[in-house]
Design a protein around this ligand. Structure first.
Ligand code: HEC
Length: 102
């Protein structure tokens, strides 16, 4: 599973050389360390109602995270998590998720 997602990522990098590979890797490691605990890469399990992020529009994900950070969108969990993300973190992690195959 991991291997497939990874080679998909490599293909994206090759196909879109303008994307900063460092951002993708930074996003990927943050996603693995933090977000993946709740947001499954594939279908969320029935008892974990966390919205999936893979393949979603990066601009949407970014605006959602900024709303959580400035608390215009309320979620105890996500307000706490987004509060510790910098603008750069948000760009990196949303870039990573938007390029994952759902
Ligand atoms: C402890 C569990 C948990 C972790 C860790 C977590 N999230 Fe969430 N996330 C949630 C829950 C629960 C929601 C739904 C909140 C709501 O009702 O708005 C959510 C919602 C979101 C949404 C909105 C999705 C939508 O469909 O509007 C985004 C974007 C998001 N999270 C990104 C992230 C990112 C990026 C990380 C890692 C930096 C992360 N989350 C880590 C639990 C978590």
């Amino acid at each position: 599973m991991r291997r497939i997602a990874f080679s998909g990522l490599m293909l994206c990098i090759i196909a879109a050389p303008s994307v900063n590979a460092a951002s993708l890797y930074a996003g990927q490691s943050r996603a693995a360390a933090v977000c993946a605990q709740c947001h499954g890469i594939r279908t969320p399990s029935a008892d974990a109602p966390f919205p999936p992020l893979a393949g979603r529009d990066a601009a949407y994900l970014q605006s959602a995270l900024k709303q959580y950070r400035d608390k215009t969108r309320k979620s105890e969990i996500m307000n706490a998590i987004a509060g510790s993300l910098s603008d750069e973190d948000i760009v990196n992690v949303t870039l990573y998720y938007s390029r994952l195959k759902p």
